[in-house]
Design a protein around this ligand. Structure first.
Ligand SMILES: *Cc1c(COP(=O)(O)O)cnc(C)c1O
Length: 260
């Protein structure tokens, strides 16, 4: 399995490098998040072994379960300086009743799209005594089925979020529409990047506001051309693992279909 993962990872890194080269960006600016929602825990260990520490899950319960299992596998060493210790990214839509159990494990929540959700996170973060880094999810394609706040409402919401003392607004996240139309994909990323720049220019984001989480297996090059700092990649990293891959747990497929 490690062989296969190493090859896949090398190919993805090459594609990231090539996209960066086209626009004169440093590949070191791009954080690679391995999205593991369709694969086994062994595949996650494989990625950690290969030095990929940022791991993304789309369901809160699954993230918690896996974070606990991996924590135990490392003998309970919580130190973030433990080199193989993953950083967990919550990338799927988050229900408020899952926030409390998620927070102790999560390093960055990409999918905040309402004040109510943000307030719930802030309340539990206050009890935990540490600020929780979040991204504001933008619905830049305008598809009604997509999660995320509308472009027109985003900067106001960003401003509200910065008043919550135990949230740290780090930037924006978006998903492109599921389409072969490359210019529609590119426009979605462009619109999100423009919104990001607007928020920075008007100083509504706060000092930590610098992340743009954009790009998946099918569209990460376009996202990098438009300024992404954080790509979320699943299938391109884990293809060819049929023997090891687990079937998605109940609900994941619908969730993925719903998220596009
Ligand atoms: C599943 C998922 C990804 C990764 O998708 P791939 O096409 O497998 O790379 C990225 N972002 C989100 C929000 C996802 O749900």
């Amino acid at each position: 399995m490690l062989h296969r993962l190493r090859d896949n990872l090398a190919r993805v890194r090459e594609r990231i490098n090539a996209a960066c080269l086209r626009v004169g960006r440093d590949p070191a600016e791009i954080r690679l998040i391995a999205v593991t929602k369709y694969v086994s825990i062994e595949a996650i260990h494989g990625m950690l072994e290969l030095g990929v520490r940022d791991i993304g899950e789309s369901r809160a319960q699954e993230l918690v379960r896996r974070a606990q299992a991996i924590h135990e596998a490392f003998g309970g060493n919580t130190g973030k300086d433990e080199p193989r210790q993953p950083r967990w990214h919550m990338i799927g839509s988050l229900q408020r009743n899952k926030v409390k159990s998620l927070l102790p494990f999560v390093d960055l929540i990409h999918s905040v799209d309402s004040l109510r959700l943000a307030e719930e996170i802030d309340a539990h973060a206050t009890k935990l005594g540490r600020p929780i880094p979040i991204l504001l999810q933008i619905n830049a394609s305008g598809e009604s089925s997509k999660h995320g706040v509308a472009v027109g409402a985003a900067s106001h919401l960003a401003e509200q979020l910065t008043t919550l003392k135990h949230l740290e607004l780090r930037g924006l996240m978006t998903m492109a529409p599921l389409t072969d139309n490359q210019s529609a994909v590119r426009r979605t990323f462009e619109r999100t990047r423009e919104l990001f720049e607007e928020i920075v220019a008007e100083r509504m984001g706060g000092p930590a506001f610098r992340e743009l989480s954009m790009g998946m297996s099918s569209d990460f090059e376009a996202a990098i051309l438009e300024g992404s700092t954080c790509v979320r990649i699943g299938s391109a990293l884990f293809e060819g693992l049929e023997n090891e891959a687990v079937h998605p747990p109940d609900g994941v497929e619908e969730q993925a279909a719903h998220d596009g």
